[in-house]
Write a protein that binds this ligand. Sequence first.
Ligand code: ADP
Ligand code: MG
Length: 697
Amino acid sequence: MSEKFNVIESFGSQVFNDAVMRERLPKHIYQSLKKTMNEGTELEKSIADVVASAMKDWAVEKGATHYTHWFQPMTGITAEKHDSFIAPSGDGKALMDFSGKELTKGEPDASSFPSGGLRATFEARGYTAWDPTSYAFVKDGTLYIPTAFCSYSGAVLDKKTPLLRSMEAIDKQALRILRLFGNASVTRVMTTVGAEQEYFLVDRDLFKQRRDLMLTGRTLFGAKAPKGQEMDDHYFGHIKPRVASYMIELDQELWKLGIYSKTKHNEVAPSQHEMAPIFETTNIATDHNQLTMEIMRSVAQRYDFALLLHEKPFAGVNGSGKHNNWSISTNDGQNLLDPGKSPQENAQFLLFLSAVIKAVDEYAPLLRVSVASAGNDHRLGANEAPPAIVSMFIGEELENILKAIEVDEVGEKAEKQVLKLGVSALPKFSKDSTDRNRTSPFAFTGNKFEFRMLGSSLNIAGPNIVLNTIIAEELREFADRLEQAEDFQNELHNIVKETYRDHKRIIFNGNNYSDEWVKEAEKRGLPNLTSTVDALPSFIEPKNVEVFVKNHVFSETEIHSRYEILLDNYAKIINIEALTMLDMAKKQLLPAVIEYTRMVCDALAAKKCLDLGLDLSVEEELAKKLSCLEVQFVSALNKLEKDVITAKGVCDVLECAQYYHDPVFADMQALRAIADELETMVGEEYWPIPTYSDLLY
Ligand code: ADP
Ligand code: MG
């Protein structure tokens, strides 16, 4: 760690950002690049060449020798293939070269990335295309160029392309609405995201002694530590020196890459922490969150920590999530989810709010699909995370206003007039009243929504693709109605009124963690899709396919391919976890139990041998209990082994995933329960892997 770190000077020092572009590019080149960035126009080849050359010179000064097209295939992590800038100079020497074509287009072999049948293996080629709206940066001696990834047939193979398309969809529809409100100056509407990232740090040496952590990112066995999180003494608690140093260096690395890391603190579970950045445009926030997770991992190594981004590394203590704070803003800096002050602003806000309410109710299963993963199945519906039921919190004040509009009720004030949108002003909401429901999966927090169902390792592109698309769709419907209306104010009033009347079932301001809510939600007809395999089939329901197709975000084939990839991914994860469990059970845990039992039996025999009439009951009981559990353990192990073999042979991708959920995943839980009980009985020096106490404290 450097002694003196100048934040202002270092911030963004590794980024080819606007300031660098303005300084290094001829004015007309800079302007046409900006035009491409702002309006999505194509970049001419001659201009791309100049940009590439300037970018290369800058990167070489920063120590780069290579460049890479950085992309986000459907594996959930980022991918990169490095090429050096090197080119023959003709005299046996080399020069550093980088053309506009190399900047704007790459051709990685696409055959090993999941495509869900979109790309026949003989058509292995895919290409990457520069996303000029996300800045290039230098890391580890390489110039990183954020790109989108497609197959040659044009089918999308990544997460960035549909995200950009969904941003276009909402831009288009929101602009229509703004025009209707007489807002002529705005030329672009963007969604913004701030992704709060939770993570665990564990000691690297201990981590290496746990095959489950190494291979699956979570503990597959482990009895609860005597102390868990019940004292609530970790949340916002004092940060241990080694963790504090880690956090300092993490901030510095993130800042250099232009990531606005803002808040850091200890989380609820022991060894759990959080980092929250300042929000940015959604595609940049997405790139930055992927980068944040990578940097977190590499900095952890320098402090002999292992970073755990899994949603549930430890049973019995909180898992990790990622809160996706989402809003819509304009290129002139207005936040469209800010209630505003004037009646006009209030009315516009209520219309956008209505679009969100309608979208979340009509497409709740899609939001659920967007956060579905094997890892997140451990969280949603468990104690600390929002349930698998999608609902939204808007706060009492705001709901009272909608209620009043629904019944055309006289406003509270003495004026005795009907609350007429666009005419009378709304009362000012206090931020506090909208900020405090921590149990809601989708909460309005004053000027943005916080979607809290995301798991910590998720690429945030997925949920934001869904949010942008479904809200664009509702805005389109509203814009259609308003454009044709004879009386704008009247139609506006009707839309807000009808939306609340028809969709208020999605609003729930109470405790989402309670059992009563599960029953109440069922009465309201809200879906409760408790696992990934329950949720995923919603993805391909006709209504959900239509919303993507209509808004040009996914084609029908692309949806089906993604659906298959997600199911296949689920099956693969459970398969790896099951095999790791079997491996540990057979080679580590069972031998330990046998060894310990032998020691107990030896002790028993020794006592007996003395023939002094000593009480043998303790050793006898222990030996019996151990050997009884041992038998159960082996039979659970055999059942798991048999079911995994059967699962592998199931051809249909949905049935296969379902089989991995039940019986395979159920078998794993049964095996674990027995192992965890054995762990509490077997002597400490016999137990072959670090315990929860070792790992968490
Ligand atoms: P807290 O939750 O600690 O009160 P904030 O509500 O200010 O803090 O912010 C939480 C997260 O939401 C941060 O990442 C912040 O940048 C983000 N955020 C704030 N405003 C917006 C917005 N308009 N759009 C998207 N994210 C936002
Ligand atoms: Mg939060």
